[in-house]
Design a protein around this ligand. Structure first.
Ligand SMILES: [Zn+2]
Length: 443
């Protein structure tokens, strides 16, 4: 048993609580007691505000190598995609493991306790399967374990280069050839205490409706999370409407994909009917504002989605930055710019998207909250930096959401294990490993 005394802690309400004692046993929270003015003897003191674990619900780990290399100049999502394919071309299981481990460790430093990896670089060069066809997926599982974070491996079905087109040269590594072959491969992946295996439909550009129905059926029968990229770009909507007569959301609905266990990633350019479909299904929408702004995707209608019944989660996606506070505030600030109105999402709702919402959409309903019985994930944010000095307990949630950065994260506990101590990862020299892993892939 370990006792933690939190100077302030967010227990899910509109405000933080002062003097919260958290009793951790066997990786779970055994008790939470508020209003304890001073630490009990033997309790570990956590100064600042302690949050539940954050979940990065949409990651492509290898794209961390592109940071800074693809942000300059003009170009579009589609020219960025060519640069991204060149990085994917160079990956092998060893370089993928090293890059993902360093990237996940960077996430841990940012307070991320669970990552949802949307994984599609499955096969060797030219699409030739590795001896173990899941070697790349297993590299990600090992990477997360070594970085000390929980993983939902969202194994992605990716079959076409565009609607009705075979995969292009770079896309052959992504394709299993059919939804049946995808399912057969994914069946061989084991889950564990810190690993869930979910399903993903890359997009309705890359998976035909019949195959999408197959993937959705697989996820439904096994009660696994199902994610898909949805309407990131207007061109995706145009292609689906022209060739198939429905929006991507409409096609996913026809394929039986929409459910509370479904997550629409981006959901940026939705028709009114799409919002109703996603909300009516109580689906989750994972927004990735720092990537969406980098790629000039646009701004989604997050408030309308929530009003319609959808939940929100957050992802750093291409890892242009890895900072869920930045993703969280962007949900509100981007909608302010787009709509000329403030206050569509309060700080607690934004933190909920970063924690409970992300964990739920990744298949970890027992994580992302500081409460009795939950997994013992604690993220302590110091309030003594230049960014947060002067913070008041009354408005601390707003201070954290609107002004904190990852460098304010002091301690991170995952399933009761300390992963970050005083701002340093306990197992990984993160800057050095990032540097080496990125140079190996981009050389
Ligand atoms: Zn993505």
């Amino acid at each position: 048993m370990t006792l933690y005394w939190c100077e302030l802690a967010w227990l899910g309400g509109p405000r933080a609580e002062a003097g919260v004692l958290v009793d951790v046993q066997d990786g779970r929270i055994a008790a939470v007691t508020s209003g304890i003015p001073a630490p009990l003897s033997g309790a570990r003191r956590l100064e600042g505000i302690t949050l539940p674990g954050l979940a990065n619900a949409h990651s492509h780990a290898f794209q961390r190598a592109l940071r800074g290399r693809t942000q300059h100049g003009s170009g579009s999502f589609w020219t960025w995609r060519e640069q991204m394919y060149r990085a994917a071309d160079r990956l092998d299981p060893d370089s993928y493991l090293a890059l993902a481990r360093a990237t996940y460790a960077e996430m841990a430093l940012a307070g991320v306790t669970t990552v949802g990896e949307f994984h599609y670089v499955h096969h060797g060069p030219g699409g030739v399967p590795y001896e173990d066809p899941n070697e790349m997926g297993r590299a990600l599982v090992a990477a997360a374990a070594e970085a000390g974070v929980r993983l939902t491996l969202l194994d992605c079905c990716y079959l076409h280069g565009g609607i009705g087109e075979p995969p292009g040269d770079s896309q052959r590594r992504f394709s299993d050839g059919s939804a049946e072959a995808w399912a057969e491969r994914v069946e061989a992946l084991e889950e564990g205490e810190s690993v869930r295996v979910g399903a993903a439909i890359h997009s309705m550009r890359a998976v035909d409706p019949g195959s999408a129905a197959g993937v959705a059926g697989w996820a439904r029968e096994r009660e696994r999370p199902l994610h898909a990229h949805v309407s990131e770009q207007p061109a995706e909507n145009d292609a689906c409407l022209e060739a198939l007569g429905h929006t991507p959301t409409g096609l996913l609905s026809e394929a039986g994909a929409l459910a509370a266990s479904f997550t629409a990633v981006h959901a940026t350019h939705l028709a009114d009917g799409d919002v109703d479909l996603l909300g009516g299904a109580a689906a989750c929408c994972c927004v990735c504002p720092t990537t969406e702004r980098d790629l000039a995707d646009g701004i989604g209608a997050m408030r309308r989605l929530v009003d319609a019944g959808a939940s929100l989660s957050l992802g750093s996606d291409s890892h242009a930055v890895i900072d869920l506070f930045e993703e969280a505030r962007a949900v509100e600030l981007d909608e302010r710019l787009a709509g000329g109105e403030r206050g569509r999402h309060d700080a607690a709702a934004l933190l909920r998207a970063a924690s409970e919402g992300g964990h739920a959409c990744l298949g970890w309903p027992d994580a992302g909250r500081i409460e009795h019985g939950a997994r013992a994930d604690l993220v302590t944010v110091g309030l003594d930096s230049v960014r947060l000095a002067g913070t008041e307990a009354e408005s601390v949630l707003g201070s954290v959401v609107f002004a904190a950065t990852t460098t304010d994260v002091r301690h991170v506990l995952v399933d009761g294990n300390t992963v970050v101590e005083d701002g340093r990862h306990v197992a990984v020299d993160v800057p050095r490993e990032l540097d080496e892993a990125i140079r190996a892939v981009m050389a």
